[in-house]
Ligand binder design. Structure first.
Ligand SMILES: NC(=O)c1ccc[n+]([C@@H]2O[C@H](COP(=O)([O-])OP(=O)(O)OC[C@H]3O[C@@H](n4cnc5c(N)ncnc54)[C@H](OP(=O)(O)O)[C@@H]3O)[C@@H](O)[C@H]2O)c1
Length: 186
C-alpha cells in the first residue's frame, strides 16, 4: 500500500506562513532544495489544498533553462511529472497538466487511492494535511525546521490532535535548517 506523506518547511515555532502571509523566510537554499528534490522524486501523486496548489503551480511554467540553478530545474521536472489532485470548493479550472479537482475531502476515497497507488503520495498545505492527519490517513511527516521564530501565522500541524510519533531520521544543514522524519501513530 502506498504511504501518504506530509512535508513542510516551517519556522522553529511551527508556522508555514507568518501573520503577514509571508513565507520567504522558509525558502530553501541549494543544499536543502536538493534534499527536498530527493524526497519528492519517488512521489506519484500530490494531494493539494487549493492555496498550496496556487503557490506550487508556478512550477508548471517556470524556466528550466541552463542559466537557472540546477536544483530548481530538477524540482520543476519532478513537479511536472507527478499527478496532482486539488481539493477546492471554489476553483473553476486548473492550469497544470495531470491535475484534477475534488470538491470534497473524502477519507474513504483517499484510503482507496492509497491501496491502488503504485507510488507514495504527499499532501499539503497545512489545512488539508491537518484534516488528513486527524482522519488517521498520514503515515509519515517530513518537517524542515528553519532557524527563525515568526510568532504566529498558519500552523504547520493541526490543533486538537494528539498522536504519538516515531522518529525515523534526522539531519542538519549548513543553513541551520533541521530535518525531522517521523512515522505518525507509532
Ligand atoms: N512554508 C513554506 O515553505 C510554504 C511553501 C508554500 C506555501 N506556503 C504557504 O502555505 C499556505 C498553505 O495554505 P493552507 O494550509 O492554509 O491551505 P491549503 O490546505 O493549501 O488550502 C486550503 C484550501 O483547500 C480547500 N479545502 C480544504 N479542505 C477542503 C475540503 N474538506 N474539501 C474541499 N476543499 C477543501 C479549500 O479551498 P477553497 O477555498 O477553494 O474551497 C481551502 O481554502 C499557503 O497560503 C502558502 O502561503 C508555505
Amino acid at each position: 500500500m502506498a504511504k501518504l506523506i506530509y512535508s513542510a518547511i516551517t519556522s522553529l515555532d511551527g508556522y508555514v506562513e507568518d501573520e503577514g502571509g509571508k513565507f520567504e523566510w522558509a525558502a530553501p537554499d541549494d543544499e536543502v532544495f536538493a534534499f527536498v528534490n530527493d524526497l519528492e522524486r519517488p512521489i506519484g501523486t500530490y494531494l493539494y489544498g487549493r492555496q498550496m496548489y496556487e503557490t506550487m503551480v508556478y512550477w508548471e511554467t517556470v524556466s528550466t533553462a541552463a542559466d537557472q540553478p540546477e536544483v530548481t530545474g530538477d524540482f520543476a521536472e519532478i513537479w511536472q511529472a507527478a499527478e496532482k489532485i486539488v481539493y477546492s470548493r471554489t476553483l473553476q479550472a486548473v492550469s497544470s497538466a495531470r491535475t484534477r479537482i475534488e470538491r470534497e475531502f473524502d477519507p474513504d476515497a483517499i484510503r482507496r487511492l492509497k491501496e491502488s497507488s503504485g507510488a507514495d503520495m504527499t499532501i499539503g498545505g497545512a489545512e488539508l494535511a491537518g484534516q488528513a492527519m486527524s482522519a488517521g490517513l498520514v503515515d509519515e511527516c517530513h518537517l524542515l525546521l528553519g532557524p527563525i521564530l515568526v510568532g504566529g501565522g498558519k500552523r504547520a500541524l493541526p490543533d486538537n490532535l494528539g498522536v504519538r510519533l516515531e522518529l525515523l531520521g534526522e539531519r542538519r544543514f549548513g543553513s541551520g535548517v533541521v530535518h525531522l522524519h517521523y512515522r505518525v501513530g507509532a
